[in-house]
Unconditional design. Sequence first.
Length: 518
Amino acid sequence: MTKPPFSLTPDPEMLYLSTQHSECLMRLKYAILSHKGGALLVSDNAGNGKTSILAKLKMDLDEYYAGRVKVVFIDHPTLSPIEMIGEIGNQLGTDLQTTEKIRALNSLRDRLFSFYNENIKVIVIVDEGQMLRERRDLLDELRILLNFCVSDSFLLTFIFSGQKPLDSILREMPEFWQRLPVRYFLKNLNYNDTKALIKHRLKQVGASEDIFKEESFDGIYNYSEGCPRVICAVADLCLIVGFAKGIKRIGFVEVSTACRDMESSGDGFHYYAYLKSQQIDMFADTDAGETAPVITPSVSMKKPKKSIGSSGSSVDSVACPKCAEANDKESMTCEKCGAPLYTKCPKCLTLSETFTNECPVCNTNIDVERRRAAGDLREELKTLDILEGGYGLWLQANNIELGEDESVIIILPKGNFLTPGPSVIPMIYSGEGPKTSCSIVLTDKRFVLSFDDMIVSSELQHIDSCIMSDTGNLLSRKHFLHINFKGGKYKIILPYRTGKTRRILDRISTYIQSVMLK
């Protein structure tokens, strides 16, 4: 991108001319070219694009009149009458060094006559006019300036711009309202214009118009209600979120994150990732009496790589998505808080930093794909589910609590006299420990073993290895699951016949290996 596409500054080159904005611009030009004297621009809400249209108008007038135009722009209208006259004169090149209103008006009139004789057009734009609600005295003075004219035309054209209250103020002053024959009322954009605005701004800075997925426009439109300023603010934050997550396109998840951040402080990681990429020294501890850290942006604006693929390319360090600690790129978990640093795409097996929901290589939504894979595995193991999905009471009786948004795939409970169940053999330094009955709980996030009144649990992302092995010959082959995580190494045995045990262990090990980290 040649520059930020969603800046909130009134840049006329970035203005998206929707149908209503084009109509508004045309009416303002008509008021000026036909010497109507005054025009009114009112918006339903702040941020509808009034100031941007006025900036575009000024740029077009400079081009049309080839520099033979003087545009006075008043964006702080809460002045005294003499200060307002003085400010207009000052922007027209006249230094009105007087506190007498009549002398100031005469000097301003003389200046306007000189411009008229030189065939120079004068336009006075008063923005934020709603601030004049309690300033009838100033409105009366501005009305008097509208009377500055010669036989065939006005010496200047006034454009009054503001929000809804400006309209009600002027309607209460018929003598003023009647002098503004050209009027336009801006409203929020519709869905199609919201979408077109985002694409237009991306195109203007040389970016792909397809950065935002189709689903993202719904979220931005619903949150912004079509207000251009809010649209740009959310879209800008979406880019920051997407940049921090290392994804190629903005989807519904990123829009939701941006909208949530607009309403609250959020976790702030996307800001951290952006500032980190600019090599900004923002991590020094500062107390009230210390000097704030120096911010030194890097010249380079290139995005660092966020994935580790088959090519072996990687970044020098990885920031923890939980505590923002910088870790060595080879570390799988954060050295400070233990949170996982990478996650594996279930579809193409690419490793990505864990703060992304979208694979940077195949664009798969990792969370959605994991839920799908967990659902498929649950369906495959449904015939073994002797609890028939009634997990709540069993988990409660065995003192196992599920985390937030954690769902059970299968529970293989400890056996009894009538029904055999799984067994586990702890792997110790001297070899194998004693074989004991156990319960196995597999969720979409954890692997849990319960045996000898002890519960051993590990997040799937923290599992170091999970492989299936077998012993014996073709007729008496036995299959085992070897699982290794921080709590220890364990050999798991199922009580079913050979083929059934192999299928179950194969499904579980494949799920952990392919869908999760290892």
